[in-house]
Design a protein around this ligand. Structure first.
Ligand code: NAG
Ligand code: NAG
Ligand code: NAG
Ligand code: NAG
Length: 533
């Protein structure tokens, strides 16, 4: 917890280092600042009251550093605020601290009428001749109410953001509908992809194969365009775009009408993979149909959440973990890559919320030292928040199975851009491990982990991960606005993981151009659907 009073003393910032969202600014009305009176001391101290309970409160005030108790604060603040003081005033201040201490532990009476503003408080005080104790009590009640209101509006904001993040924007929906329509009316949109003479390339290991699984056509177009435009050897690129049944026609139309030659694109729907059957993917069937789980992801998120016990940050991560996308087959697809592409040796698997800014062909030359999965680690790096993910951030270590098998301090790695050595993978039991842990988590009512597809992969790939340099893949552009722009420019791949996707209104404006750069605004479909206008 940190307290910062600005030099002008017009604002007071209370923030705590581990609760990112909890920081708040309280503006103190300027007219109250000018009097250097006892009243003012009261006001400031009363502000601090709710926070004094936290022993490590740290106060910074023009040269007043590292006060960690109210006594210290009082000693320092008193004379400073009062200007030159004599004994009687000092006694007054001392008495006042005594009152504050009493008030800070007292219950606030029910039905205490609280003024709505400080102006009203001041006028109430003049009219009713409050004694110092009543005054302090009212102040404290006001602050606590204010804090509650802040929290509630923060939660409301997070809920709104959650729904904004999980609904499909009008423009993207329009794009999908129009392209689907085009598929049935325009033979060119239905043309074979790739053209028949290039089909052998799809399983030729001399090419660089990328796999992208998504139902978002616009996002897919950005990933593919950015990869091709950033490549020094676009003629070596083969993209395998996998989508769901409902998006297939639209996705196919897009890539049939917007060639990225000399690169090659193949569009497939999950229903076209003979391998994806109930026998081979038993767990996913269970995941999608399990009633309790459907409720969990699609149900009422506020009900059952005790807002007085949670923090906005925990709540946000809870909401995110309940995003319906985590139960979709498209998301779990990556664990079946060796079976879906039986002839390929190496692929780079990409998420749809990334942009490629550099030639990725050197990825195929990275020595994976016999490992299966080349990934960036997420526990080291400049960005303290994004790069602080260890296993303990993903798993419930109170669960005996988790505690027995995993080390909470072990570094996690990221999905989004991974190089997979499928030949080595085929010799392992990664898929079986993944399945057995998914089942175990279902059986224990999702108490082992909540957040979708990464945790079971963190277990299944244990011992099979080779860390690659973090400049290959920069994370966090979708969950914080204070991303370092210089690093964004330098990264080979930037990843908008988090809620604030660049195609949503809640995306961060200053990070959006890195993505929109690859949206073709002169394309008729994009124009007619008014995408991000
Ligand atoms: C929420 O938690 C607080 C503090 O533990 C408790 O007093 C309150 O009864 C809880 N509310 C609900 C609805 O469970
Ligand atoms: C899971 O939840 C169901 C119903 O909510 C309950 O009957 C069952 O005992 C729970 N199982 C475990 C392992 O907690
Ligand atoms: C973590 O696991 C323990 C033991 O199974 C369980 O009691 C607890 O509810 C779990 N916590 C969460 C948040 O699921
Ligand atoms: C953008 O779309 C237009 C019209 O479809 C097309 O002529 C142009 O080549 C596209 N530009 C890029 C960079 O793909």
């Amino acid at each position: 917890m940190q307290l910062h009073i600005s030099p002008s003393m017009r604002s007071l910032t209370i923030s705590s280092s581990n609760e990112f969202f909890d920081s708040m600014k309280i503006k103190v009305a300027p007219p109250l600042i000018s009097y250097r009176t006892l009243f003012h001391t009261i006001l400031i101290l009363a502000f601090l009251l709710p926070f004094v309970f936290i022993l490590t409160a740290l106060v910074t005030l023009e040269g007043v550093n590292k006060c960690s108790s109210i006594d210290c604060l009082g000693r320092r603040l008193g004379p400073r605020l009062l200007g030159r003081v004599d004994d009687s005033e000092q006694r007054l201040v001392r008495d006042f601290y005594k009152i504050l201490n009493e008030v800070s532990t007292q219950d606030i009476p029910d039905g205490l009428k609280l003024p709505n503003s400080f102006r009203q408080l001041v006028s109430d005080m003049k009219n009713n001749h409050y004694d110092a104790k009543t005054f302090s009590l009212i102040l404290r009640a006001m602050i606590e109410k204010f804090e509650r209101d802040m929290r509630e509006s923060k939660f409301a904001e997070l809920m709104n953001k959650h729904f904004a993040a999980s609904s499909i924007p009008k423009g993207i929906h329009c794009l999908s509908l129009r392209l689907t329509d085009e598929y049935s009316s325009n033979a060119h949109a239905r043309r074979q992809l790739p053209s028949p003479e290039r089909l052998p390339v799809l399983s030729d290991n001399a090419y660089h194969h990328f796999v992208l699984a998504t139902d978002n056509i616009l996002a897919a177009s950005v990933v593919v365009s950015s990869a091709v435009q950033s490549s020094s050897k676009p003629e070596k690129i083969v993209f395998h775009v996998i989508t769901d049944k409902k998006t297939y026609a639209g996705m196919h139309s897009w890539f049939a009408l917007n060639s990225v030659a000399p690169a090659i694109v193949e569009v497939k729907s999950v229903h076209q993979f003979d391998w994806l059957t109930r026998e081979n993917v038993p767990v996913l069937e269970a995941v999608e149909s399990h009633h309790g789980i459907r409720n969990y992801y699609h149900g009422n998120h506020i009900a059952g959440a005790n807002l007085s016990e949670t923090t906005p940050r925990k709540f946000a991560s809870k909401l995110q973990s309940r995003s319906p996308k985590y139960i979709s087959l498209l998301n779990h697809l990556r664990i079946y890559l060796p079976e879906l592409f039986p002839n390929l040796d190496k692929v780079v698997f990409l998420d749809d919320d990334i942009v490629i800014q550099r030639d990725l062909s050197p990825l195929w030359d990275i020595d994976l030292h016999g490992k299966v999965n080349g990934a960036v680690e997420t526990c080291r790096g400049e960005d303290e928040w994004v790069m602080s993910k260890r296993l303990r951030n993903y798993f419930n270590f109170s669960h005996p199975l988790i505690a027995k098998h995993l080390d909470p301090e072990e570094c996690a790695w990221a999905y989004g851009m991974n190089i997979f050595d499928l030949r080595t993978w085929r010799k392992t039991d990664i898929r079986e491990t993944y399945h057995s842990w998914l089942k175990a988590n279902l059986k224990s009512n999702l108490t082992m982990w909540k957040l979708g597809t990464l945790p079971p992969a963190l277990i299944a790939f244990k011992g099979h991960v080779q860390a690659i340099d973090s400049s290959w893949h920069m994370l966090g552009l979708g969950y914080q606005s204070n991303t370092n722009i210089e690093n964004v420019k330098k990264a080979a791949v930037i990843h908008y993981n988090g809620q604030s996707k660049p195609w949503l209104e809640i995306g961060f404006e200053h990070l959006r151009p890195f993505w929109t750069k690859y949206v073709n605004y002169s394309n008729d479909f994009i124009r007619n659907c008014h995408i991000l206008e």
